[in-house]
Design a protein around this ligand. Structure first.
Ligand code: HEM
Length: 428
C-alpha cells in the first residue's frame, strides 16, 4: 500500500497552495490591506458597509445567507469582542448553507445557544486539556511528525509548506476520526469539491464528491458501531445529547457525520496555514528564531504572537438578531456584522507597534481562535501540532534556514484565509 503521508503525491501541491486555494474560491487578493485597515480603524471602531467595499476590493460572497443584507464592519478589539461574546444579538446562523431539507450543514459552527452548547458538549471532551496534549499526541501527532522528519532527513533541502506543514493536520484529523491515513487526501479533495465554495467544480462533481465523503463516513460509523476503537467516531457513538427539557439520547448517524465533517474542514486547513505563518515569521526574524532555539519556553510565545500577527482566518460574520445600538451605529435586525479579528489583533489601543512580529511583547489574549461561545474547539490540538512540529524541526535540523537561492516567501491568499507562498529551506 502507498504511504500517503510520505509519498510525493501531486495532490499535496493541488490542495496546499495558499494562492491557488484563494483563486479557486474566488477571493484571491494581492495587496496588503493592513495600512488601509489601520486608517479606517482610526476613523471609527465600526463602519457601515462590507469590509471588502471599504477596502475597494472586488466583491466575494462568502455566505449565501449574508447576500443582499446591510453590512457593518467591526475593526477594533473592543467592538469585535462585543460581537463574539453576545450570541443572542450576533448569531452564527449566517454560516450555514441553505438546502431543501433544512439540514444543519455546518454543525455547531452555525448553531446558537442553547442547542450549540448541547451539541458542542457531545464532542468537546476530546478537545479539552489534557486530552489535547495526551490523546492527540500519542494517537496521531508525534508519530506523523517523526515519519515526516525521517523523510526530510534524506535530503538537504525541503519546502516546509508541502513537505511538513501541509501533511501534519490533514493526517492528524483523518486518523483521529478513525479513517485510514491513506484516505486523508482523498477525503479532503472530495470534501472541498463537494462544498459550494470551489468555483471550478460543476454541480454534478459536487454531488458525486459529496457522496464519496458521506459513504466514507457512514461506512466508518457502521464499522465502529459494530466494533468500537480508540477514535473520535467511537467516542461520538458513546456520547449522549442533552438538550434542556428533553431526554438524553445518542447522536444520529447524520449528527455524527456533521460533527466529523466540520472537524475535518475546520482543522485540515487552518493549522497547515498557521504553522507555515509561524515558521515564516521565525525564519525571517533570525534573532527571535535563535532565541526560541536557545530557550524552548519561548516557543509558546512565538506561536501566540504568530496567531496575533497573522491569524490564518481573519474575518468572521454574524447575523444581527435585533435592532441594536453598536459603537455609534443603529444596526437594524437582519443586518450582517463582519468581525474583523485580523485587524482587531493589530489594534494599537491594545498592542504597541502592532504590525511587528515580536515574541517578547507582553502576552495578551488575541482573537485568532475567536472568543466566547464559538471559540475554536480545536485550538489546543492546533497549538500542539504547531509546537511539536517546530520543536522537531529545531531538534533535528539545528541549521535550518530559508534557502537563499529559492524565491523568498511572502504572505498570500484571500481576505478570509491567508498563509505563506512557500517555505523553501536548507536543512543543513
Ligand atoms: C491555528 C489553527 C486554527 C485557527 C486559527 C482556528 C480558528 C477558529 C476560529 C476563529 C473559530 C471561531 C469561528 C466563529 O466564531 O464563528 C473556530 C471555530 C472552530 N474550530 Fe478552529 N481554528 C484552528 C484549528 C482548528 C482545529 C485543528 C480544529 C479541529 C481539530 C478546529 C475546529 C474548530 C471547530 C469545530 C470550530 C467551531 C466551534 C463552535 O462553533 O463552537 N479548529 N476556529
Amino acid at each position: 500500500m502507498t504511504d500517503v503521508l510520505t509519498a510525493d503525491d501531486p495532490l499535496y501541491e493541488e490542495l496546499y497552495d495558499v494562492r491557488r486555494e484563494a483563486e479557486a474560491v474566488g477571493n484571491f487578493i494581492d495587496v496588503d490591506v493592513m495600512p488601509r485597515l489601520h486608517a479606517l480603524r482610526a476613523q471609527a471602531p465600526v463602519h457601515k458597509g462590507r469590509v471588502r467595499d471599504l477596502l475597494g476590493l472586488p466583491g466575494h460572497d462568502r455566505h449565501a445567507r449574508a447576500v443582499g443584507r446591510q453590512h457593518y464592519t467591526a475593526l477594533t478589539y473592543e467592538a469585535c469582542e462585543a460581537g463574539f461574546r453576545d450570541p443572542e444579538t450576533f448569531s452564527n446562523r449566517v454560516q450555514g448553507h441553505d438546502n431543501p431539507a433544512g439540514e444543519i450543514t455546518m454543525g455547531i459552527l452555525e448553531m446558537d445557544p442553547p442547542m450549540h452548547r448541547a451539541y458542542r458538549r457531545t464532542i468537546q471532551p476530546k478537545f479539552l486539556m489534557p486530552e489535547a496534549l495526551d490523546w492527540w499526541r500519542r494517537r496521531t501527532i508525534d508519530g506523523i511528525i517523526e515519519r515526516l522528519i525521517e523523510r526530510m532527513a534524506r535530503g538537504d533541502r525541503a519546502d516546509l509548506n508541502l513537505d511538513f506543514c501541509a501533511r501534519i493536520p490533514v493526517y492528524t484529523i483523518t486518523t483521529a476520526i478513525g479513517l485510514d491515513g491513506d484516505d486523508a487526501l482523498r477525503f479532503r479533495h472530495a470534501y472541498l469539491n463537494s462544498t459550494s465554495s470551489s468555483r471550478n467544480v460543476t454541480m454534478a462533481d459536487r454531488i458525486a464528491n459529496g457522496r464519496i465523503v458521506e459513504d466514507l463516513l457512514l461506512g466508518l460509523i457502521a464499522a465502529r458501531r459494530a466494533e468500537p476503537q480508540d477514535d473520535l467516531i467511537s467516542f461520538l457513538l458513546q456520547s449522549r445529547l442533552m438538550v434542556p427539557g428533553q431526554e438524553p439520547r445518542p447522536l444520529t448517524d447524520r449528527e455524527i457525520m456533521t460533527h466529523a465533517k466540520l472537524v475535518m474542514v475546520a482543522g485540515g486547513g487552518t493549522s497547515w496555514r498557521q504553522m507555515g505563518i509561524t515558521l515564516f515569521a521565525l525564519l525571517t526574524h533570525r534573532d527571535q528564531f535563535a532565541a526560541v532555539k536557545a530557550d524552548r519556553a519561548l516557543l509558546d510565545d512565538a506561536i501566540e504572537e504568530g496567531l496575533r500577527w497573522n491569524p490564518t482566518a481573519p474575518y468572521f460574520y454574524r447575523m444581527v438578531m435585533r435592532d441594536v445600538e453598536f459603537h455609534g451605529h443603529h444596526i437594524p435586525e437582519g443586518s450582517v456584522l463582519e468581525l474583523c479579528l485580523g485587524p482587531a489583533n493589530r489594534d494599537p489601543a491594545r498592542w504597541d507597534h502592532p504590525d511587528a512580529f515580536d515574541i517578547h511583547r507582553p502576552r495578551l489574549t488575541n482573537m485568532a481562535f475567536g472568543l466566547g461561545t464559538h471559540r475554536c474547539l480545536g485550538m489546543n490540538v492546533a497549538r500542539v501540532e504547531i509546537a511539536r512540529g517546530i520543536t522537531a524541526l529545531m531538534d533535528n535540523f539545528p541549521d535550518l534556514r530559508l534557502d537563499p537561492d529559492a524565491p523568498a516567501p511572502f504572505m498570500t491568499g484571500g481576505l478570509e484565509q491567508q498563509g505563506v507562498s512557500g517555505l523553501p529551506v536548507l536543512l543543513r
